[in-house]
Design a protein around this ligand. Structure first.
Ligand SMILES: NC(=O)c1ccc[n+]([C@@H]2O[C@H](COP(=O)([O-])OP(=O)(O)OC[C@H]3O[C@@H](n4cnc5c(N)ncnc54)[C@H](OP(=O)(O)O)[C@@H]3O)[C@@H](O)[C@H]2O)c1
Length: 321
């Protein structure tokens, strides 16, 4: 069985991630594309070999009315997610939705309720969970290799040239560094900590907007405490570049992943017992494969709407704390 997917949005993450993943998996194919500019949709449909005889759209309702379309990947600015996801669910299409799921609590509830009513699958794009070395570190952590997990530290930053990015404005975004990269860090910390430590029970934040003075975070520093008392530190920024870090400390060992947050599934990782060797794999393909399997086997995707909503609630708390 091959599932037909539409791409909603034609930006960086579609061209560098989702389009190739759709081509890589035998169970999925690119069927159609939505852009505000139908010529751009046509261009991408040709470039990536979209299979529909009529693959290019500039109207969401027309794209969704295609009975041969099974699912959509929504990769547009954050404030558009709610309307596009609710419309897709009402049209009976399964949804793989880019993070952050929505930008307010009402948006989260609207998406969850529309998907539940339509009985469509909702998966959230936290692709770092499909990096092979992250999966290995988490497997070892949950098997007890590092003892009781006490602390996690993540650092992910990039240097933006100016404040022209849509995430910097309130029209299309709600957070800047926190939505671009920080939400992935929150998800990683929760993924590794929750089985042994419970949910996040306390969050404190420092939000810096001092360089461009806009409405959204430029650097964010979060400290989290889990129900067990274990802790996490998260730093995201658009003000400086750095090698990304994902550090896990337990009562009997540690693991450190460096430069593993890129889109290629690369980087290196080591523990107190030495280097972890791994084969580089496309994390977008792993993420999509899990979502496609969830549709075919009628099961919940690994990162579902409930998880996506919990990650967003922590983002909302970060800027109100
Ligand atoms: N999981 C990850 O690692 C990852 C990485 C990057 C981004 N993302 C997420 O993916 C989503 C898109 O991010 P991106 O970096 O791909 O953004 P982007 O490069 O700016 O692309 C966004 C696309 O959305 C479409 N769009 C529709 N209405 C728009 C509007 N009013 N203004 C601007 N664009 C509009 C545009 O396509 P048309 O011009 O063709 O209409 C545009 O190409 C965001 O939710 C982001 O958080 C995830």
């Amino acid at each position: 069985m091959t599932l037909n997917f539409a791409l909603i949005g034609t930006g960086g993450i579609v061209e560098n991630g989702h389009a190739n993943a759709l081509a890589e998996l035998p169970s999925t194919q690119l069927w159609s594309i939505l852009s505000r500019d139908v010529r751009r949709a046509e261009h991408l449909a040709n470039t990536y070999g979209a299979a529909s005889p009529n693959p290019a759209y500039d109207s969401l309702s027309s794209l969704l009315s295609d009975p041969k379309l099974d699912a959509v990947i929504i990769a547009t600015p954050d404030k558009l997610h709610r309307e596009q996801a609710v419309a897709s669910a009402r049209a009976g299409k399964h949804i793989l939705l880019e993070k952050p799921m929505a930008t307010d609590a009402e948006g989260l509830e609207a998406i969850l309720s529309a998907c539940s009513q339509a009985q469509v699958k909702l998966g959230l794009c936290y692709r770092l969970r499909w990096h092979p070395v992250h999966r290995e570190v988490v497997r070892r952590a949950h098997a007890g290799d590092f003892g009781k997990l006490r602390h996690v530290r993540t650092l992910w930053t990039l240097q933006e040239p100016d404040a022209s990015n849509w995430r910097a404005s309130s029209e299309l975004g709600c957070w800047w560094s926190l939505a671009a990269v920080g939400t992935h860090c929150i998800d990683l910390a929760r993924w590794i900590m929750i089985p042994g430590s419970g949910e996040v029970s306390q969050l404190n934040s420092i939000i810096n907007r001092a360089v461009w003075g806009g409405p959204h975070d430029e650097t964010a520093v979060l400290s989290l405490q889990f129900e067990s008392g274990s802790t996490a530190e998260i730093c995201s920024s658009v003000l400086f570049g750095s090698p990304s870090r994902f550090e896990i400390y337990g009562s009997e060992g540690f693991a450190i992943c460096e430069d593993t947050f890129g889109r290629e599934g690369a980087g290196r990782a080591w523990t107190n017992n030495g280097e972890i060797n791994f084969d580089q794999r496309n994390p977008f393909a792993g993420q999509l494969d899990d979502f496609a399997q969830s549709i075919m086997a009628n099961r919940t995707p690994e990162v579902d709407g409930i998880e996506g909503a919990k990650n967003v609630r922590l983002l909302l708390e970060s800027i109100s704390a």
